[in-house]
Design a protein around this ligand. Structure first.
Ligand code: B4P
Length: 192
């Protein structure tokens, strides 16, 4: 099993790059943002509770996302590998993921961290908000809060994986194709 975490601040291009990466490497795409938006669209109790938190620009509680990931992993035990997009976002989520993978005798092989400046992030998210209908992209205030939340709770996830020497920084500004190429170079190095 080859498992990748695509890491980076909101709007860094995790979702955009994941789509191409899972096609090329035949990995199972696991985006907690997508899973949560599906719950919201289906108006499940989990979705209704998550929407209130996401609309404030905050993170959904750890136990909720860990539970969601746990069931997807269990239902895909024969996957060639997983691409984790937007997960883990806290140290508690990282520890839970390591434990879940250990049960499958697997581990995270690499954390690819997209680096994008704050001004560019604001620009991308507010522009996506014009067409996506996503309420968490709607106002400058919410987008800023999501970036603050990232610095408060999520940047330390990279430090967690750095102690195992698994983090590679990737320049996340440039064209989608250029960034894809840099990501593929790092993956290919580890696959060969
Ligand atoms: P996510 O769905 O993970 O999404 P994201 O951080 O907003 O964006 P992403 O980095 O995927 O950017 P994208 O490619 O779309 O999270 C949403 C919310 O869900 C979180 O705020 C949180 O509340 C909740 N949540 C999710 N996971 C959680 C967890 N594990 N724990 C707790 N809560 C969780 O790109 C953004 C825009 O930039 C797009 O419009 C794209 O077209 C554009 N773009 C991409 N690459 C570009 C490039 N190279 N140049 C120019 N524009 C580019």
């Amino acid at each position: 099993m080859f498992n990748i975490i695509l890491f980076g601040p909101p709007g860094s291009g995790k979702g955009t790059q994941s789509e191409n990466l899972v096609t090329k490497y035949q990995l199972k795409h696991l985006s907690t943002g997508e899973l949560l938006r599906k719950e919201i669209a289906a108006e499940t109790p989990l979705g209704k509770a998550a929407k209130l938190v996401m609309d404030e620009g905050h993170l959904v509680p750890d136990e909720v996302v860990i539970g969601m990931i746990g069931s997807v992993l269990k239902n895909n035990e024969h996957a060639k590998g997983f691409l984790f997009d937007g997960f883990p976002r806290t140290v508690a989520q990282s520890e839970a993921l390591d434990e879940l993978l250990k049960q499958e005798k697997a581990e995270i092989n690499v954390v690819l961290a997209l680096e994008v400046g704050e001004e560019e992030l604001m620009k991308r998210l507010l522009s996506r908000g014009l067409t996506s209908g996503r309420s968490d992209d709607h106002s400058q205030e919410i987008v800023r809060e999501r970036i603050v939340e990232y610095h408060k709770k999520t940047t330390i996830v990279a430090d967690y994986y750095k102690q195992f020497n698994k983090v590679v920084s990737i320049k996340g500004e440039g064209t989608v194709d250029e960034i894809f190429l840099s990501l593929c170079n790092e993956i290919d190095k580890r696959l060969s």
